[in-house]
Design a protein around this ligand. Structure first.
Ligand code: SF4
Length: 397
């Protein structure tokens, strides 16, 4: 690791082939009880303006240090809730991205939006900027479940947001849903899934509810206040999800992600395939070659830092070949198609040789019916997909 003049660590890299760009906008209407992302419940317009100023500075600084030639694969604006920004602020973000990265017409450009804050005007501004994919944080299509999750929006706002997406002619859109909410039985969850597939998003991300230790949902429907479902309850709900979505024509291409044919998310795929990405904004993580960088996960420290200097306060870490190989294995195996052994052995200059990925552990997992191994490719079996966290721990203790 190296230290820069201001005492922060500094990263160096020589080449980038394919790059994804991630921009973090850490503002939300309020903080949801289960949320583990870095976000602040503040919609103070002046604060957001100051953040955009700081982001502009960081982008200018870091863009100038990228190699001259690389292929821009995807742009992803997440948070937080990007759609809480005003129309004018969204326009500024769009201009900033276009100036810095000049996305081509086929660059996937996604923005996360929440139903309560996306309207026709904002959707039109995003479309005009070049955004071609919306990820809508619906989370459920049942008002009681939304209340139980502590969400502020209602189902009627999901329909309004959907209407805004359609009016802007953005045909590629994802719907986020949260499964395994305590008190929600199979029939009720099945109804949510059936409604979701009826409106035909191109992509569905379905994650099981997780709560950090000590956290509880504000309202639990007809149940004693469980933190989350037990393992067998979770398995039942996730199997129901898989069966329902696959029957409706959604291809499960990652443990929690489903897409209609041709609509997998390039941003997600790049992450699971170990591609380079540049993370911008408070708390954002970057991965360039064997370097990992995390910007300070603190809004005020981020703003203060960028008033004093051109780069955001951050920490750099040079990853060992073993860590690079383990990451490739654990993230790569989340994909249903699995990974090739060539991929595990590394490319792009990462010195991850065959001795650095755990062949005996893989063989043992194969005997336990957790992974399949066919020629040059390995992947998780149905059982392995259900126990993916345990498999990851076996491979990367
Ligand atoms: S809206 Fe999303 S990012 Fe914001 S607090 Fe809720 S879960 Fe977290």
């Amino acid at each position: 690791m190296r230290r820069s003049q201001n005492g922060m660590r500094r990263c160096a890299f020589d080449f980038v082939n394919t790059l994804g760009v991630y921009l973090h906008l850490p503002f939300c209407d309020s903080k949801c009880p289960y949320c583990a992302f870095y976000s602040v419940p503040a919609v103070d317009s002046e604060l957001i303006d100051a953040y955009i100023e700081a982001l502009t500075r960081e982008i200018r600084h870091r863009r100038a240090r990228l190699p001259a030639a690389f292929r821009l694969s995807s742009i992803y604006i997440g948070g937080g809730t990007p759609s809480v920004l005003s129309v004018r602020q969204l326009e500024r973000i769009g201009d900033m991205i276009r100036d810095a990265f000049r996305p081509a017409h086929d660059t996937e450009w996604s923005v996360e939006c929440n139903p309560g804050s996306l309207d026709r005007e904002k959707a039109a501004v995003l479309k005009a900027a070049g955004v071609n994919r919306i990820s809508l944080g619906a989370q459920s299509l049942d008002d009681d479940i939304l209340r139980s999750l502590g969400r502020r929006h209602q189902v009627s706002e999901v329909w309004r947001a959907l209407e805004a997406i359609r009016s802007a002619q953005i045909s590629n859109w994802n719907m986020d849903l949260i499964a395994c909410v305590p008190g929600v039985g199979e029939r009720r969850w099945h109804k949510v899934l059936r409604q979701a597939v009826e409106i035909q998003p191109t992509h569905l991300s379905v994650y099981a509810l997780t709560l950090d230790e000590g956290r509880r949902l504000p309202v639990v429907m007809g149940q004693r206040p469980l933190a989350t479902l037990d393992d067998s309850g979770q398995l039942r709900m996730l199997r129901l999800t898989r069966d329902c979505l696959q029957a409706a024509g959604y291809w499960r291409y990652e443990i929690s992600n489903y897409a209609l044919a041709g609509w997998r998310c390039r941003h997600h795929l790049d992450c699971w395939r170990g591609r380079d990405y540049l993370g911008l904004g408070a708390s954002a993580v970057s991965r360039l070659g064997a370097w990992r960088r995390q910007n300070v996960p603190d809004l005020q420290a981020y703003l203060d830092g960028l008033q004093r200097q051109d780069d955001a306060p951050h920490e750099d870490e040079k990853l060992s070949p073993q860590v690079c190989a383990a990451e490739r294995l654990v993230f790569g195996l989340r994909q249903i198609e699995g990974v090739t052994l060539d991929f595990l052995q590394g490319d792009e200059g990462l010195p991850a040789g065959p001795h650095q990925w755990p062949r005996p552990a893989l063989r043992e997992l194969q005997q336990q019916d957790m992974i399949w191994w066919s020629g040059n490719r390995i992947g998780l079996t149905e059982r392995g997909l259900e126990l993916a966290d345990a498999v990851a721990l076996e491979l990367w203790p």
